[in-house]
Design a protein around this ligand. Structure first.
Ligand SMILES: Cc1cc2nc3c(=O)[nH]c(=O)nc-3n(C[C@H](O)[C@H](O)[C@H](O)COP(=O)(O)OP(=O)(O)OC[C@H]3O[C@@H](n4cnc5c(N)ncnc54)[C@H](O)[C@@H]3O)c2cc1C
Length: 503
């Protein structure tokens, strides 16, 4: 088989890449290892007995630019959440309600002004920085003058903990802000490598606002529309075709699959993680092995549980991101325990109910019965904790996490499950096994600054490799990570030139 381009992996970024390539007139084949497309951006009937199509892994969209939605004609509806977050604190809590500024300010107490200032600053950064994510890489100096002070020092230069401790007085508010720096990222607020800063940055700049919106119909609709865009432009998508090796003489690329087939193409686009690409190329690039750090739990509930805090309804509390035991000190303790090889005793985690914002993912019977979905994302659960005893550690992590959830509820969550089968838990090792993300790292590796760190990379796109005809089009590219399509588009710009994106 001979094509102009071969894409390895049909995650949403591989599909975005294939769509742009095909629109540019290239013959394209996408080779996907599993029997379905979408990677970690996918919906399915997690609990086969029930007609509920859950966003099985990723669930909210922030980083997908309108530019890509428009260029590829994606039929994606993103719904804004009125409640941004709720955080139980003692007998009360903090509700960040975009529809009630007075209530939000009251709940934030002495930190209300600091909150305004911080998110005013990140909002201004988002407005300026996000449009550059789909442009050639700028230099560090250019981005520094683009974002200005105090944003540059606070977000890009000094460990995020310094800014949070200086700006906010209350421990829970510091914690709420910090969580954006710890999603899928095993880091401390004071770490000098600024890993938490980079993660926080990607969580506050999306779509030029930093909002996290609900994909109506579930995350699978994003992938379905990308698949349609790729196929209708002429790309061939082959599932159950695991790639086992890639070789290049810099003119042609030869890709082999596990059943012995061989595809020859002028250019290859890797939707797999950079460490996986190294292995497929038979190269040792001495990159650090990625390590994911989250516990993922999906649930179907017969009803939402009641809370200890009676100043909010369950509908308010679960409609946004509910932060549980994610105080600043709690996060620090959990990180220290996990770094010492132990499952955190008070497990920090966040919950979100998709069906409150969008019940279209449920069959009519379930809607009428008042069934709700619940997704939980646990922090500071690095893959290393699960390696020696994967099943035992998974159980222990789940038990610590449900204990943490129950500490803020008026009734145990287990009593609200639709039945005893409607809870699914995945450790980073499970994510590695089911999606192929090495170490279960949700970004294929640690997030990188969205500018050229090496002056030679200014003007490039961030998906180039040492080979002139092999590109990274997935989350592991610079400016990858999350559900965005950005690295898919950028890889095509790198390979064919920006003009080819016009289709
Ligand atoms: C639990 C969880 C929750 C998340 N929550 C969010 C969220 O709410 N919002 C958000 O924006 N992001 C979230 N993320 C991150 C986001 O889902 C990922 O960063 C994004 O989906 C990566 O997309 P991708 O297309 O680059 O790679 P992937 O989704 O990893 O797709 C890569 C594809 O390559 C295939 N593949 C692997 N090896 C081979 C091979 N040898 N041959 C052929 N094919 C191969 C895989 O099967 C897969 O289909 C979450 C991730 C996880 C795991």
């Amino acid at each position: 088989m001979r094509y102009d381009a071969v894409v390895i992996g049909a995650g949403h970024n591989g599909l975005a890449c294939a769509a742009y390539l095909a629109r540019a007139g290239r013959s394209v084949v996408v080779l996907e290892a599993s029997d379905h497309v979408g990677g970690a951006a996918r919906s399915f009937r997690t609990f086969p007995a029930y007609d509920a199509r859950l966003s099985a892994y990723s669930y909210l969209v922030s980083l997908l630019p309108d530019q890509i939605i428009d260029e590829l004609g994606l039929g994606v509806e993103l719904r804004r959440r009125r409640i941004s977050s709720y955080t139980p604190v003692g007998d009360g809590g903090i509700l960040v309600d975009n529809g009630d500024a007075g209530r939000t300010a009251r709940d934030l107490g002495p930190d209300a002004q600091a909150w305004e200032d911080f998110y005013g600053m990140t909002g201004a950064v988002a407005e300026r920085l996000f449009p550059t994510m789909t442009e050639p890489l700028r230099s560090r100096k250019d981005v520094r003058s683009l974002v200005g002070e105090p944003a540059w020092t606070d977000l890009f230069e000094r460990p995020i903990g310094e800014s949070l401790e200086r700006r906010f007085v209350s421990d829970p508010v510091r914690g709420i802000v910090l969580t954006d720096g710890l999603i899928g990222t095993f880091a401390g607020a004071d770490d000098r490598d600024l890993l938490a800063n980079r993660c926080l940055l990607y969580h506050v700049v999306g779509r030029g606002t930093g909002d996290w919106d609900v994909p109506v119909g579930g995350m699978g609709t994003v992938t379905d529309s990308l698949l349609r865009a790729a196929e209708s432009a002429g790309a061939t998508v082959l599932t159950s075709h695991p790639v086992t090796s890639i070789s290049t003489d810099e003119r042609d690329v030869v890709v082999r699959t596990s059943d012995g087939r061989q595809v020859t193409a002028r250019q290859a686009f890797a939707n797999v993680a950079p460490t996986v690409l190294d292995r497929l190329l038979g190269e040792d690039a001495s990159r650090p092995e990625p390590e994911g750090a989250q516990l993922k739990v999906n649930m179907l509930l017969s009803r939402l549980p009641a809370l200890k805090d009676d100043s909010v309804t369950s509908e308010q509390a679960f409609a946004g991101t509910m932060h549980i035991n994610e105080g600043y000190e709690q996060l620090g303790r959990a990180h220290a325990q996990a770094a010492a090889g132990r499952i955190p005793t008070v497990a920090p985690c966040e919950l979100y109910c998709h069906s409150l914002s969008d019940s279209s993912i449920l069959g009519r019977d379930l809607v009428e019965a008042g069934v709700q979905t619940l997704t939980l994302f646990g922090l500071h659960m690095p893959a290393r904790l699960f390696r020696s005893d994967p099943a035992g550690a998974r159980e222990a992590a789940l038990s610590a996490t449900l204990g943490s959830v129950n500490s803020v509820l008026a009734e145990p969550i287990e009593g609200c499950l639709l039945d005893e089968t409607t809870l699914e838990v995945r450790s980073p090792l499970d994510i590695e096994a089911s999606v192929g993300m090495p170490g279960g790292h949700i970004f294929h590796g640690d997030l990188q600054w969205p500018f050229a760190e090496d002056p030679h990379d200014v003007g490039r796109w961030g998906g180039e490799t040492r080979h002139r005809n092999v590109f990274i089009c997935g989350a592991g590219a610079r400016r990858g990570g999350g559900v965005s399509g950005i690295p898919g588009r950028n890889a095509v710009a790198a390979a064919l030139g920006e003009a080819a994106l016009d289709g």
